[in-house]
Each structure stands twice: as structure tokens, then as C-alpha cells.
Ligand binder design. Structure first.
Ligand SMILES: NC(=O)c1ccc[n+]([C@@H]2O[C@H](COP(=O)([O-])OP(=O)(O)OC[C@H]3O[C@@H](n4cnc5c(N)ncnc54)[C@H](OP(=O)(O)O)[C@@H]3O)[C@@H](O)[C@H]2O)c1
Length: 313
């Protein structure tokens, strides 16, 4: 079993520096993946209310606790507040809904999934749309949502709170109003979008960066880093796959990657990255893939005053 290193965060909590992503993992596949991951050594799991799989993630973890394989405090569970729950009046209810889905009594990290908000039309209406098919944006300010999230820590519903998809200006504005500083900013990060400036910015504020789509979401040919000849050649030097090279490069860049897989062999391989070190030269080759291209631009929200991707970083 791989022993995964941890990082201490600005609120003194500790998280494993690689986790299992679960977006699009559903039903039995999701549950099996989480259990396989626990057996392999994963202790950090990333999900979201939006993924509609909190119940499967929770069930897998609860069964592993019941088997005696882990204790609740051994695992680090991240979930996220979806955009239709941003109204401060809805935040605590949304968090309790996630806890009910998990069948657990606390979350380790509750993230605001996006800085922009949608109109609420029901707990399960993730994308409320008008008759022309446009998503109905709401003007709730993320600072007000954050203030409601701060209360969740005092209530013991989550150990830590953080954000996702925030740009540097939004983080600065949030910090000026926050009583509890965000612990985390979860952002898209892979060779095509290396995010050096935002990572440096967060590092200076002692905010940990988690990287999503770390492998460039290879299905559907959206990112072909796994089949890139240069990355494969680097891997041969260390007897590692291109996926392992990319994940190691992210860790070395100060990012906590959360690769998603439901395939046991890949789940195991993706954390087998702590027995080699990339040379500075090889890291530079990986740095050279950056084009700034986003896999998840969420352009439907570009007219929100809180859309994060109009800024350079
Ligand atoms: N905060 C946000 O807004 C946000 C947005 C997107 C994602 N996320 C989080 O980040 C996680 C990761 O991102 P992602 O799922 O979009 O993309 P990803 O992890 O870059 O890619 C996942 C894909 O890669 C495949 N894969 C995994 N390991 C592999 C390997 N070693 N070799 C070849 N293929 C491999 C998986 O296939 P199999 O499953 O078939 O093995 C899956 O199709 C998500 O699951 C989610 O938890 C957060």
C-alpha cells in the first residue's frame, strides 16, 4: 500500500497531497472505485453535491470503517456547495443535505464550487434554465455565501472551508471580508493549463491549490498529454507512465492533484509517484505544454459579475 505524504494547511488541518476524483463516477462503479482506492492507500476523496454520488462515496467509506480497514479520521472528504445554493439562507441546509447523502456527521473540506450563483428552483435543479435554454444566473455575492459557510465550521459540520475556481482578484476581495481564511482553491491544472501565476499567488497567501482535470480529462481526446511522445519518453527514463509523470510534475509544482478513475489498475498506478523525482530539465519540458486552454470554461456563466475567467489569473 502506498503511503501518501500530507500537507499542513493554514487552519492546521492536514490533507493527503493526492486524492481520488469522482466526477462522472456513478453507482456501483463509484463505490468500488472508492473501496479500491482505500485499499491502494488513498485517504483523500473529492466529490460534490453536483456529482450526485455523495451517497456512493459515503457508503464505500462507511463500509471500510465498519470492516476496520480505516477510521473516519483517517480519511479526508471534500465536497462542494453547488451554484443554486449560494443564497446565505440555503447554505447550512445544503451542507446538511450533503452530510445526509454521505451518512456522515462531518465533512473535512467544504468548497464553494464556483464564485457565481444560479437561481434556486429546487434542490435537484442544478441548471435552472429560461425558455430559451439560458442558465438563470443569480446575483448573490460570493462574499455573502462565504459568510454563511464560515458558520458551518462553528457548527462542526465541516472542519475546513475553501473555494474553487476563484481568480486572484476574487480571492483578494474574499480575504478582505473573511473571518475564516479560505484553506484551499481548487482549480483546473494540467500540462495545457499550468496555472503558474495563480499557484504562486495562492502559495503566498498560504492557500493550498488542488488541481482538477490533472490528466487533461483524456476521454474524448480533449487533452492528449497521455499519448504525447515527449512525456512518454520522460516516463521511460523513470520506468513510469505518462500519467504518473504528469501527476508527479503537478505535485512538484505545488498542486494537489485529484485524478479520477474507476479502473483499479489506474487507481493504483496514479498514486505510485513517490518513489522517483523528475529532473529540473524534465519539469521544464512539462512546463512547455502550457497553452492556457481550459477544458472547463463554463461560458454559460460569462455574463455573471462573478465569472472568474475574464481575468488573466
Ligand atoms: N472544482 C471543479 O470545478 C472541478 C471540475 C472538474 C473536475 N473536478 C474534480 O477533479 C477530478 C478530476 O478531473 P476529471 O475527472 O475531470 O479529469 P481527469 O482526472 O484529468 O481525467 C479522468 C479520466 O482519465 C482517465 N484516467 C485516469 N487515470 C488514468 C491513467 N492512469 N491512464 C489513462 N487514463 C486515465 C479516467 O478513466 P477511467 O475512470 O475509465 O479509468 C477518466 O476518463 C474530478 O473527478 C472531480 O473530482 C473538479
Amino acid at each position: 500500500m502506498v503511503k501518501i505524504p500530507t500537507i499542513k494547511q493554514n487552519d492546521n488541518t492536514v490533507m493527503p497531497i493526492i486524492g481520488l476524483g469522482t466526477y462522472t463516477s456513478t453507482g456501483g462503479d463509484c463505490k468500488r472505485a472508492v473501496k479500491d482506492a482505500i485499499d491502494a492507500g488513498y485517504r483523500h476523496f473529492d466529490t460534490a453535491y453536483f456529482y450526485e454520488n455523495e451517497a456512493e462515496v459515503g457508503e464505500a467509506i462507511r463500509e471500510k470503517i465498519a470492516e476496520g480497514a480505516i477510521k473516519r479520521e483517517d480519511v479526508y472528504i471534500v465536497t462542494k456547495l453547488w451554484c443554486h445554493f449560494h443564497d446565505p439562507e440555503r447554505v447550512e441546509k445544503a451542507c446538511r443535505l450533503s452530510l445526509k447523502n454521505f451518512g456522515l456527521d462531518y465533512i473535512d473540506m467544504y468548497l464553494m464550487h464556483w464564485p457565481y450563483a444560479y437561481v434556486y428552483e429546487g434542490d435537484r435543479v442544478m441548471f435552472p434554465t429560461d425558455p430559451s435554454g439560458e442558465v438563470k444566473l443569480s446575483d448573490v455575492d460570493y462574499v455573502d455565501t462565504w459568510k454563511a459557510m464560515e458558520k458551518l465550521v462553528g457548527l462542526g459540520l465541516t472542519k475546513s472551508i475553501g473555494v474553487s475556481n476563484f481568480n486572484s482578484k476574487q480571492l483578494t476581495r474574499l480575504l478582505s471580508a473573511a473571518t475564516i481564511k479560505p484553506v484551499h482553491n481548487q482549480i483546473e491544472a494540467h500540462p495545457g493549463l499550468s496555472q503558474k501565476k495563480l499557484i504562486e499567488f495562492c502559495k503566498n497567501l498560504n492557500i493550498v491549490v488542488t488541481g482538477y482535470c490533472p490528466l487533461g480529462r483524456p476521454e474524448g481526446n480533449r487533452g492528449d498529454f497521455l499519448n504525447d511522445k515527449k512525456i512518454i519518453e520522460i516516463g521511460k527514463k523513470y520506468n513510469k507512465s505518462s500519467a504518473q509523470v504528469i501527476l508527479r510534475w503537478l505535485v512538484d509544482s505545488g498542486v494537489v492533484p485529484i485524478p479520477k478513475s474507476v479502473t483499479k489498475s489506474r487507481i493504483q498506478a496514479n498514486i505510485d509517484i513517490f518513489d522517483f523525482q523528475l529532473s529540473a530539465e524534465d519539469r521544464q519540458v512539462l512546463d512547455g505544454f502550457n497553452t492556457g486552454h481550459r477544458i472547463i470554461p463554463m461560458t454559460h456563466a460569462k455574463n455573471s459579475p462573478h465569472y472568474p475567467f475574464h481575468e488573466e489569473f
